[in-house]
Design a protein around this ligand. Structure first.
Ligand SMILES: Nc1nc2c(c(=O)[nH]1)N[C@H]1C(S)=C(S)[C@@H](COP(=O)(O)OP(=O)(O)OC[C@H]3O[C@@H](n4cnc5c(N)ncnc54)[C@H](O)[C@@H]3O)O[C@H]1N2
Ligand code: MOO
Length: 402
């Protein structure tokens, strides 16, 4: 069996990426992956401006100034200059006139006729946002191989970027396999169950703008049908995900078909859930991931293995592609851990005065999706490693939680 971390690194290092790019307008770029590093076009702030509604004053040796005008946000102040003893009424975001020593908030002033006065001494440069204090022209603004977040959209807009170069989204076709599986439109029958993996993964993966997810349907345990469906899908898809048939059963035709159509590595991961996992490609192009059928094992191998590889394929940096890992304190203990695989329990987080705590939820079987629904994280418990109450442990946030 393979150690999880070694397996993840091997999968990522063997994942070859060939990226195509496209220009997207900024309004259509949220959630896509930036294909180029973008630089700062203009110092930010672009010009010295006021952080407060109040008065810009010249000469801090006095406590009273004559108000000679008004400057609002958007006004051109290039020709405005204060002399000692002068002030202007000023608003947040307005340009600072030349020779301003400080801006005093209006609530700290007394205004009589055309004069403004203060009772306390003013600090030099107070409440002035200086040109370039945040960003300098030419610096890196946003790194390539990162997801364009809503904040990044705002930042790029503030720098005048109307369009950006992004990696083209990848087409991903999703199949479930197994004679026992029914689609939701079919009536329940003895021995049959509803297919939960495909709707679960469709719902999850469609959140990624850089994936175009196609519903491939349920494949029966029939060699020829599976072969035809995978062959056809591979003609258009960049990625195929199949759940079921990853293990050792007699009807695990998916592995046979994939072995025949391309290459497939069959791994046993030393994790629970999610032991059987296979990956490879068809026609040396379309990447394939074969997930264990147990629904929680499908979920866990998507979070821990498949999604990192897909993110990397889609253009994220390898650092951003790896699953997020946080720390929490164990709200449980395992005095005598005999488990030989690395456990990834479904856990709930509680925020308290003493920080974040994680505890396993009810329903830890790898067929028990209810545990996943009630969990916030996967709690990592390394094999043969005891855990003390209060010890800091690693947790992996679930897709829906944060
Ligand atoms: N003799 C052994 N049996 C099993 C082993 C093993 O090492 N030796 N491994 C177990 C582990 S661990 C897992 S996980 C499962 C993985 O099995 P497969 O990937 O081959 O999946 P199936 O046999 O097709 O299904 C397993 C289980 O999951 C249900 N299933 C499958 N697909 C779906 C779906 N889309 N929606 C809902 N439920 C699904 C299926 O009905 C089975 O109950 O193998 C163990 N066995
Ligand atoms: O790994 Mo299986 O995934 O234990 O249920």
């Amino acid at each position: 069996m393979r150690d999880y971390y070694e397996a993840l690194e091997e999968l990522l290092s063997k994942t070859q990426t060939t990226h195509q790019t496209e220009d997207r307008s900024l309004e259509e770029a949220e959630g896509y992956i930036l294909a180029e590093a973008l630089t700062v076009n203009y110092d930010a702030p672009m010009f010295d401006n006021s952080a407060m509604d109040g008065y810009a004053v010249c000469d801090l040796n006095r406590t009273e100034w004559e108000i000679i005008g008004v400057v609002a946000a958007g006004d051109d102040v290039t020709a405005t200059r204060l002399e000692p003893g002068q002030a202007v009424r000023i608003f947040t975001g307005a340009g600072i006139p030349a020779n301003t020593d400080s801006v005093v908030p209006q609530e700290n002033t007394t205004v009589t006729d055309s004069r403004v006065s203060v009772e306390q001494a003013l600090k030099p440069s107070a409440n002035i946002r200086r040109q370039g204090e945040e960003l300098k022209k030419g610096d890196v603004l946003v790194s390539s191989h990162t997801v364009i977040s809503p904040a990044a959209i705002g930042l790029l807009a503030s720098q005048g970027y109307a369009s950006v170069s992004c990696f083209k989204p990848l087409t991903l076709t999703l199949f479930s396999t197994g004679d026992e599986l029914l689609s939701l439109t079919e009536p329940l029958a003895p021995g049959k169950i509803y297919d939960s993996n495909r709707p679960m993964l469709l719902g999850w993966l469609k959140h990624y703008a850089y994936l175009k997810v196609v519903n491939g349907g349920v494949l029966p345990d029939d060699y020829d049908t599976i072969k035809q469906a995978l062959h056809q899908a591979a003609a258009n898809a960049d990625i195929i995900i199949c759940s079921g048939g990853a293990s050792v059963g007699d009807k695990d035709y998916v592995k046979q078909v994939l072995d025949e159509l391309g290459t497939l590595e069959h791994w046993k991961l030393a994790i629970k859930p999610g032991k059987p996992f296979a990956w490879g490609n068809i026609n040396n192009r379309c990447k394939v991931f074969l997930l264990p059928g147990n629904p929680v094992a499908s979920y866990a191998t998507t979070l821990l293995m498949t999604l990192p590889a897909i993110k990397y394929l889609a253009g994220l940096s390898i650092e951003k592609a790896r699953p997020q890992k946080w720390k929490a304190q164990a709200d449980f203990s395992i005095p005598n851990n005999k488990q030989g695989r690395r456990d990834f329990w479904r856990g709930a987080l509680t925020m308290t005065d003493t920080g974040v705590w994680a505890a396993p939820v009810k329903g830890q079987g790898s067929h028990m999706l209810s545990g996943c629904v009630n969990a916030d994280v996967l709690i990592e418990v390394p094999a043969h490693t005891n855990v003390e109450h209060g010890q800091w442990i690693d947790v992996y946030p679930l897709s829906h939680s944060f």
